[in-house]
Structures are given as C-alpha cells and as structure tokens.
Design a protein around this ligand. Sequence first.
Ligand code: DSN
Length: 458
Amino acid sequence: MDDIVFKLIESEKNRQKEGLELIPSENYVSSAVLSAMGSVLTNKYSEGYPSFKGISPNEKLWDEAKISEEILPNYRYYGGQVNVDRIERLAISRAMKLFHADHANVQPHSGANANEAVYFAWCEPGDKILAMNLAHGGHLTHGSPVTRSAKIYNFIAYGTNEDGDIDYDELERLALSEKPKIILVGYSAFMKVPDFDRVAKIGNKIGALLMADMAHVAGLIAGGVHENPLDHGFHVMTTTTHKTLRGPRGGLILSRGNVASPLKKPEKTIENIPILIDRAVFPGTQGGPLEHVIAAKAVAFGEALKPEFKEYAQNIVKNAKALASRLIKNGFVLQGGGTENHLVLVNVKESYGVSGKMFEKALDKVGLTLNANALPCDGAAAFRPSGVRLGTPAITTRGMGVHEMEQIADWMKEIAEICVEIGDEESLDDKKYVKDFETVHKEVVKLAMKFPLPKGTV
Ligand code: DSN
C-alpha cells in the first residue's frame, strides 16, 4: 500500500461522509460501479470497436444473455479482446435502450472529449456552431475562447431572456442569418427544460446538425422526468456519465442514424452520423478506451434501467423544487425564479449583498459544498461571480427528502447572515466567527451521518 495516498483517500471518504454535496454535477456511485472501475480491465489496451451485430438499429435485440456469451469478429488493433468486447457491447446496448438511441459510443473519456468528437465528426475548421453563451449557463466546451475547439471552429452564442429561458427568437434569428453547421442546446447552469421541438424546427430549415449536451440532466432523461432530445428530432446527444446518471466519471455520445462498419470512410450525411462519430472518437480524437470505466458505465446504465431509478429521478426534481421554494422564502433571489430540473442558481449578491465566492467559502466551513457561479448580469469574464449553483442529485442519492432540503435552505440563510456581519471575504477566518461556523457545522455533520453514502463505498 502507498500510505500517503491511501491516507488522503481515507480523508476524502470522511469529507464525503460528513459533508453534504450540493454541487449539482456530482453524485455518489454504487459499490458495483466502484468495483468495476477498480478492476483489472485497466490493464487492457483495446483501440477500435467491438462488433455492432445484435445491437445495431435494425436489430435492437437487447438480448443481454446473448451479448455476454457471443464472441464476434471485431474492429480492434490488439488481441485478447474476448471479455472487453462483450463488456463494451453490453454498455452500448444498455445506453441505446436507456436513451432511445440508434447508436452509442461509450468511449469518450469525458464530456469535453464527447463534444469535441462531435464537432470533429461534422465540421471543417472555420465552420460555424451556434451554442449557448457560457455567461448565460452554457459550457466552456461550447465555444469559450480559451478552448481548443474555439480556435478551430467559429462559435456564435445565443443567450437567455429575463425569465431565464432560452431566447428562442434570438436563436432563430442567428440560425437563419449565420447558417451554422451545428445548433447546440446544452448547459451547465440552466433551470428550464428546453423546447427541443422548436429548436429542431429551426435547425431543419437550414439543415444543421441538431446536437444536445445533456450532461447535467442525463439521469433525469433516463428516469423519464426530462424530455429526451432524441425523441424530438435531435440527431446527437452527448453527456457525461457521472452527474445525475450516477455512473463513473466519463463521457457518452448517443445518436440517430445508420450504423455501418467503422472501417469504411463514410460520406458526411446525417444518416451516417453514428459512424462519423465513432471515427471521430477513435482514431480522430482519442487513443485507447478506458475499459474499466466502460465496464462501470455498463453497470451504471444497468442501474438506471431499473424501476427504482425512475423514483430517484422524480425525487431529485421534487427536492430541487422544495429547496428552491424554501430559499425564496428565506430571502434568496433565484435566477429564473425557481427550477424545473435538479439545480438552483442563486443571486447571492442581489439577495444579501454577498459575493458568490465568499458565500461558497463560508458554506465550505460548515460542510455544505457548492460552487460560486457567474450569472448573466456578471458578463463574460466574471472573476467575482454574483451567484452560487447548487443541486440535489447527490443528497437525493443519500435518501434525503423535502424536510432536509428545508433544513439546508435554513442553514444557507444563517450563513448568509453571518457573511453580512463579517462583511468581506478576507475576514472569513477571523477568530470572532469560528464559533458561529462550528455550531452550524456540527448540525450539518449530525444530519449527514443519518444519511449514509451507498453501502460498501466508504
Ligand atoms: N464541470 C461541470 C459542471 O460542474 O457543470 C461541467 O463540465
């Protein structure tokens, strides 16, 4: 054993046990997901793909017993794929079933890689991509100038309106005038369910590829409490697998279209999107897949296909709504006035005159973990964001309900009031306030210990 590293892992276990994880993009995996990730599959190289026989759009056999037994010729560059092939085929078929897709690529190492592969599959350098403004809730990989993609492609941004919803009129105007190759709907701080039909109609007028980055809400889609863009005319959906979907840290691309051999160079047509994407992931943008993570994805998709996951997804949204309404009652101003999904964006500056960063740091002291977040009013380069972003996926996994959401919102009010008294971020560590923070911290730990992390994980 490596004492130093494992001591730190133990310490992280305690932090997770004793604190409440309110970052809306984090979750707690099951022990089965954890075991698959920590398995000998990490020893294996498997560039390429397994056979798609039995899991192609026309067949849709979903026969897991057959998939786990059948050994088929593959498109790999190394030998010894007998087990890896069957594991990856299981992951692919479960993902397709979960999201009503014609094809799934389970190899992206992250959501950023998944997005990059789709751009690479469909666009040439300089092509236009229409995506949501980062300051309005979009994501770095949707065209932030600091990313590689933004140096290769020409991103154009649409924003949100005063109600916190997508400004669909602006989106349509930009789509018709700029004629982007891709229209991208996706976000990391947005509380509404997008009108996918409306965007699909706009995209179809100009023949754009319709892409949805559903990293935040994939678990809600899988659980049936959020619209699925693939059911509304979208061609591609990317996601991470570790947020509401509660799997290992990684990426996933789902698509509609035809699945052919990845060996043949396909024409760039919407029908060929699955295979264009496969080629864009490997060899286009990635090397060897992480088969231990793919096995853990298969386990997580299997868990998400179970009826209890539907209940989990319903509870995430129910809890987020309860949290939002108690926060409003406690004097907090919420972006968009509330939430339709798992996350809440609080304008702390407008509510209590406190910066998002100061509030984040103060809450950290009592074991409530969330993140400072820019709001549309902060503009693009927000080093002192006015808001914080929080959500309910992780605490719902622990079994918490409406009562606990109200308690958390009450603690947030208490901490906001302490911050008002303290005045500035630099004085947060002032000895005068240690006791105030300690009192709340003890209560947080007491509640956290009543709701353990998934069995066998800590
Ligand atoms: N970093 C993720 C989030 O927190 O939303 C998105 O990639």
